[in-house]
Design a protein around this ligand. Structure first.
Ligand SMILES: Cc1cc2nc3c(=O)[nH]c(=O)nc-3n(C[C@H](O)[C@H](O)[C@H](O)COP(=O)(O)OP(=O)(O)OC[C@H]3O[C@@H](n4cnc5c(N)ncnc54)[C@H](O)[C@@H]3O)c2cc1C
Length: 491
């Protein structure tokens, strides 16, 4: 059986490896020069940046892909655990450091929120419970039709994962101090959504970071994509970069072949789309050829947030920067309201990842700052500031907060939501596919299997279980397992 995979993001590579392990004849086509999709190396004048995933959780998910090919994950992916991983800095200059060491967390809480300090263990237990429920009922399975939502066990699980409570409400139940709530609310941005709208289910992200920990791969997180390519090649996957799939050819209820940008046609017994399906399908099939995903339906889907990114290589090492550093806006609620209106915030929260703090060798000449600000998905906002104006605003804000970055910049590139859209074919430049800003949309992402074509499947951030590097790897595995008939049913 010949499988064609459209897109070589982490989800597509993962599906390729799990299928090839069982002897599948797998052909993967990626339009960009590099494999890994949004996990993209940016190397400029001796500075290395991990574009995309800087915060890595759930290392076992990545390691499992390498096990399939008989590679040694500890050699291929030297994961380093960063205990005190994220400095959260607020507009009044105070800080809270997030750590996977509960004693360190309680020590900080005792000074600002003593009641929360005494309930911190309960909080950790609750977010762990949310994670285990999600893991059992949502993360390791595919969703292929509405019937999949109707199982009684799933309905029971749905009630337990707090779908009707917002993340903000959930965190406020455990913490009184506004800074602590603000720092935790940032987890909603990991799914490109607002903490005031998305369900408390996603508070499970706190379990991943505060119980299990945040990781970094020595040499750069993009080594994850490199190691997946190595695994795929070892298992005989045919990998083609700089090759776009331009069209699907349809024969009754099947995709019979795909047309490549080289002009070649490749026959397929089945096809897996890893590219963002809301952006890909309209390009690959005419509207008449996709009755269950008409343009009107696509237009009604709320995209998750996008990002405005600066990769800045400095001529020095700034001691005040932590590996993961967040400078919060003074009014988080207003920031999300602005984003949901499709506008840029002029008082944005700024995230800086400087991997040279953990791994100086990736950037010997000075710090490598990956600066990210949440931006609205590109929906033709005519009032959007130019990249230069917004970059300057970010540097001004950093300067006011005591970070004189701009005067040390040696090399620099900026990326707008539109760049993200075109480079990765992301729906309006959204990072995580559809948003989870409504209770319904959070759980009803596009299915992993086409309703219109029997041999067409989807994996990656726009489908189940969702965006984020470990999730898309699971998505690829789940689709491969479904094809191979290996998915266990959930009772
Ligand atoms: C700025 C930014 C920061 C992020 N930070 C984090 C983080 O800290 N931690 C984390 O876990 N995640 C993070 N993410 C999210 C994470 O990168 C994504 O969820 C994940 O990498 C998406 O993987 P994917 O498999 O869905 O596919 P993608 O990475 O979207 O790859 C899909 C690929 O398909 C290709 N493609 C599309 N159409 C075609 C076609 N017709 N023919 C051939 N190829 C095609 C595209 O070129 C692309 O390479 C971040 C993302 C961004 C953009």
């Amino acid at each position: 059986m010949k499988t064609v995979i459209v897109g070589g993001g982490l989800g597509g590579l993962s599906a390729a490896v799990y299928l090839a392990k069982e002897g599948g004849d797998v052909h993967l086509f990626e339009k960009n020069e590099h494999f890994g999709g949004k996990m993209m190396p940016v190397d400029q004048d001796g500075y290395h940046f991990d574009f995309g995933p800087n915060t890595i959780t759930m290392p076992h998910v990545f390691k499992d892909v390498l096990f399939q090919a008989g590679l040694n994950p500890n050699e291929e992916l030297p994961f380093l655990s960063i205990e005190n991983h994220t400095r959260n800095q607020f507009s009044d200059g105070t800080t809270i450091d997030f750590s996977s060491n509960p004693d360190f967390m309680k020590e900080q809480l005792r000074k600002i929120d003593p009641t929360a300090a005494s309930h911190y263990d309960e909080f950790l237990e609750e977010v762990e419970k949310l994670y285990h429920l999600s893991n059992r009922y949502f993360l390791n399975r595919t969703f292929s039709s509405w019937r999949d939502y109707l199982s009684p066990s799933l309905a029971r699980a749905m009630r337990k994962v707090r779908p009707l409570q917002s993340m903000d409400r959930f965190f406020k139940h455990y913490f009184n101090h506004p800074h602590m709530v603000q720092a935790l609310n940032r987890y909603a941005t990991y799914i490109g959504s607002s903490p005031y709208a998305s369900p408390a289910t996603f508070a499970m992200i706190a379990h991943l970071e505060l119980n299990e920990g945040v990781y970094y791969v020595k040499g750069g997180n993009t080594k994850i994509a490199d190691s997946f390519v190595k695994a795929a090649k070892k298992l005989g996957v045919h990998l083609h970069s700089s090759t776009e799939v331009e069209k699907f050819n349809v024969k009754s209820d099947r995709i019979s072949s795909v047309k490549l940008s080289t002009g070649e046609f490749v026959e397929a017994d089945r096809v897996i789309v890893n590219g963002d399906l809301l952006e890909s399908l309209p390009a690959l099939l005419t509207e008449e050829e996709r009755p269950s995903l008409k343009d009107k339906k696509i237009c009604s889907i709320d995209p998750s947030t996008s990002a405005f990114v600066i990769t800045a290589g400095l001529d020095t090492r700034l001691n005040m920067l932590n590996h993961h550093h967040v400078l919060f806006s003074s009014n988080y609620y207003e920031e999300f309201r602005t984003l949901r209106r499709g506008q840029y915030s002029f008082d944005p929260t700024i995230y800086i990842s400087t991997s040279s703090k953990t791994d100086p060798e990736v950037s010997p000449r000075g710090d490598n700052c990956f600066i990210l600000v949440n931006a609205p998905a590109d929906q033709k906002d005519n009032d959007a500031p130019s990249a230069t104006t917004y970059r300057d605003l970010i540097y001004d804000k950093l300067y006011e907060a005591g970070f004189p970055l701009s005067s040390h910049v040696k090399i620099e590139q900026t990326y707008t939501p539109r760049d993200i859209q075109y480079r990765f074919r992301a729906f309006h430049g959204a990072i995580y596919g559809p948003s989870s800003n409504s209770k319904l949309q959070a759980f009803r992402r596009p299915f992993n299997q086409s309703v219109d074509y029997k041999n067409l499947y989807f994996c990656g951030g726009s489908t189940h279980p969702g965006g984020g590097s470990p999730m898309v790897v699971l998505s690829g595995k789940n689709v491969a397992d479904k094809i191979l008939g290996k998915l266990r049913s959930i009772e």
